[in-house]
Ligand binder design. Structure first.
Ligand code: SF4
Length: 429
């Protein structure tokens, strides 16, 4: 996840003072941040899909969730046991997700235990089930952050989420939580189906005093892969990011606390750098240093996923690629095992990427972007990310390299994955 506001606040501070501010170390999670002086935890942020059951069947759902029970989900005792291991391993943040996590009857007991152990505890929900009593309960539980998905204005969102009334219910949840003082974020996945609504959603964020805007690109996992033909066009993506950067910049200059972040396309770091190079070129080298220190894609290193059945994945977009199950081995053992070729490559510095990514001048700050899109489209874990919207000149390719390297099209289809009969049975339903 790229913290647009954090970087633009630094540029704004440099503009005011004439000096680029010193780096602050942050504990990172999807949707949250904490400045800290404590020694850095060594474990990844864990996004934990506690249940796959969901009352919605959204078009981009990586979990292919539906509204029925999924047998074999981790019990409360198994969750607690895994949590002990995560704590010992230095995991700083748990993002409790689903499916719809509020459908899990013991969600609040799990959250309470996580908080008692000192985890930064966040909730990721579609918001449609949150009425006044539930908002009160969420506030009383003192979640550090609640992210609610809104994928467009009313008609678009309901179509995207495939439920009439979903928009009104989710917006009501945002209002109820805000009234309770809960820190909330609006999560938006940008596609060809809802790109027209982006400006209205930025306005909605301001009108409803939402704390954070999470702009997610489409990743090719679950239904997001099935519908990848509706991924946003590159020119639409660039226009949206221009608007996002300008909005975040205006807020940074005004001293607003509103946060803007992006995810699922680490080329955003290069695009942000280019934006600053055009507007405030004197601060671009310092910004570049910060972005290189961040390092781009964090799958398999700084972010991890545990699914409802206890399977561990390099991140939430890798549900089709299990690394091992908590019922057989603790998370710490699975996560540190580099015998798996994907995990070994993700932990290798630099990652063994190919094609345009290998020759890109922004590789150090992008990390080669998401390997999921590369693998879903080409079958090769280390091929270039076809979701990169930067042109050859923007990534510094020579004319010779540009002629030699043909771009991979996102419409190509190759589903060569680590799909075992077991994985198919678990995840393809
Ligand atoms: S070409 Fe690859 S490494 Fe370079 S910005 Fe695009 S996705 Fe990132």
């Amino acid at each position: 996840m790229l913290r647009i506001s954090q970087y633009l606040r630094e540029v704004a501070a440099a503009e005011r003072s004439g000096t680029y501010p010193k780096a602050k170390r942050r504990v990172q999670a999807q949707g949250q941040s904490q400045t800290s002086t404590e020694p850095k935890p060594s474990g990844p942020v864990v996004i934990w899909n506690l249940t796959r059951r969901c009352n919605l069947t959204c078009k981009h759902c990586y979990a292919l969730s539906a509204d029925h029970d999924y047998p074999g989900e981790l019990s409360f005792a198994e969750v607690c046991s895994a949590m002990d291991d995560l704590k010992t391993y230095g995991v700083p943040v748990l993002i409790l997700s689903g499916g719809e996590p509020l459908l899990r009857p013991d969600l609040f007991e799990i959250a309470a235990r996580a908080q008692a152990q000192g985890f930064y505890t966040a909730l990721s929900t579609n918001g449609t089930l949150i009425d006044a009593p539930l908002a009160e309960r969420i506030a009383a539980q003192k979640f550090d952050y609640v992210g609610i998905s809104i994928d467009g204005t009313r008609a678009t969102h309901d179509k995207f989420r495939r439920l009439d009334g979903a928009y009104d219910a989710s917006l009501n949840a945002i209002r109820l939580l805000h009234a309770q003082g809960v820190k909330t974020g609006l999560r938006y996945t940008f596609t060809d189906l809802n790109d027209q609504d982006f400006p209205a959603l930025l306005q909605l964020m301001k009108d409803e005093q939402v704390d954070k805007f999470y702009f997610s690109h489409l990743n090719y996992a679950g239904r997001g892969n099935i519908h990848r033909g509706r991924d946003a066009r590159f020119d639409a993506t660039r226009a949206a990011l221009d608007l996002l950067f300008e909005t975040a910049w205006q807020d940074a200059v005004a001293g607003s606390e509103r946060d803007y972040v992006t995810g699922n396309n680490d080329a955003d770091a290069a695009y942000l750098l280019r934006w600053v190079q055009r507007r405030y070129p004197q601060w671009a080298p310092a910004l570049r240093e910060r972005l290189v220190a961040w390092g781009g894609n964090a799958s398999g290193v700084g972010v991890a996923n545990i699914d409802n059945l206890g399977e561990v994945h390099p991140d939430t977009m890798w549900w089709h690629y299990p690394l091992g199950n908590l019922r057989q081995r603790p998370f710490s053992a699975i996560w540190s095992d580099r015998s798996d070729p994907l995990m070994d490559g993700l932990k290798t510095k630099p990652r063994p990427v190919k094609g345009r990514c290998a020759e890109c001048e922004h590789f150090a700050l992008c990390g080669g972007n998401t390997r999921v899109r590369a693998q879903q489209v080409t079958g090769d874990l280390w091929a270039e990310d076809p979701g990169c919207y930067l042109d050859d000149a923007e990534i510094g390719l020579s004319a010779e390299a540009s002629a030699r390297l043909s771009r991979v099209e996102t419409t190509a289809f190759n589903y060569s994955t680590k799909l075992t009969p077991k994985t198919i049975a678990i995840h393809a339903a």
